[in-house]
Design a protein around this ligand. Structure first.
Ligand SMILES: [Zn+2]
Length: 213
């Protein structure tokens, strides 16, 4: 069992991006708020996240945790995360991705393909990394998924939360999702709107009976 890297009082990271690459970009919780916490600040943290999103088995994670000096893999994880954050932020802004961010991702993606196996899926195959042996192995599924998303029609469904910098893939039928998580940013926004409405009513006492809304 991989040790949890989360100190007491820090919540479990919500996995709400709807896509592996976006979830990896979202591994800093509350990025601009008071409860900011980087859930992959350590290599055990990276392994813990990888087990949660099923890119590595618990058994493989234990084996990877025992490998010497994963510092380089951790630094590379942060490089990949920065590149993904920048690339998908550009996508949500409708701006062209910066070549240096693509170049960073391309390096990881090339390495991913170079180390991939063909794994049966449906009537065909998909790329898989069934026997991870190197500390950075856990980054390959993420990098490959990022390239797949960047080149898919679904890219139009990538959005940035209206309340925080997290990104997500909007699977809703009418593309109406606005929040990373309704019970986080959505609720905060609801409270802000409620407070604003109440303030507005206070300023206009003649507006009529309280509707209770
Ligand atoms: Zn949010």
């Amino acid at each position: 069992m991989v040790e949890t890297s989360r100190p007491a009082g820090v919540r479990e990271l919500p996995i709400v991006g709807g896509h592996l690459a976006l979830d990896f970009a979202n591994t800093v919780d509350d990025p601009e708020g008071p409860a900011r916490f980087d859930h992959v600040a350590t290599y055990p943290g990276l392994l813990e996240w990888s087990v949660r999103v099923h890119t590595v088995s618990a058994t493989d994670a234990e084996r990877l945790a025992a490998l010497p000096d994963p510092a380089d893999a951790l630094a590379r994880a942060h490089t990949l995360r920065s590149a993904l954050g920048a690339l998908f932020a550009a996508v949500t802004d409708g701006a062209p991705p910066e070549p240096r961010h693509w170049a960073a991702l391309r390096g990881f993606a090339a390495e991913a393909v170079a180390n991939a196996e063909l794994v049966p899926e449906g009537s065909g195959y998909t790329l898989g990394w069934p026997r991870p042996r190197r500390p950075e192995s856990v980054l390959w599924p993420v990098a490959h998924a990022a390239v797949e998303l960047l080149t898919a029609a679904d890219l139009a469904r990538v959005k940035r939360c209206a309340g925080c910098p997290w990104v997500f893939l909007d699977h809703s039928r009418n593309s109406s999702r606005r929040w990373c998580a309704m019970n986080d940013c959505g609720t905060h926004a609801k409270i802000r709107r409620y407070v604003a409405r109440r303030a507005a009513r206070r300023d206009q006492p003649a507006a009529g009976a309280d509707t209770g809304g």
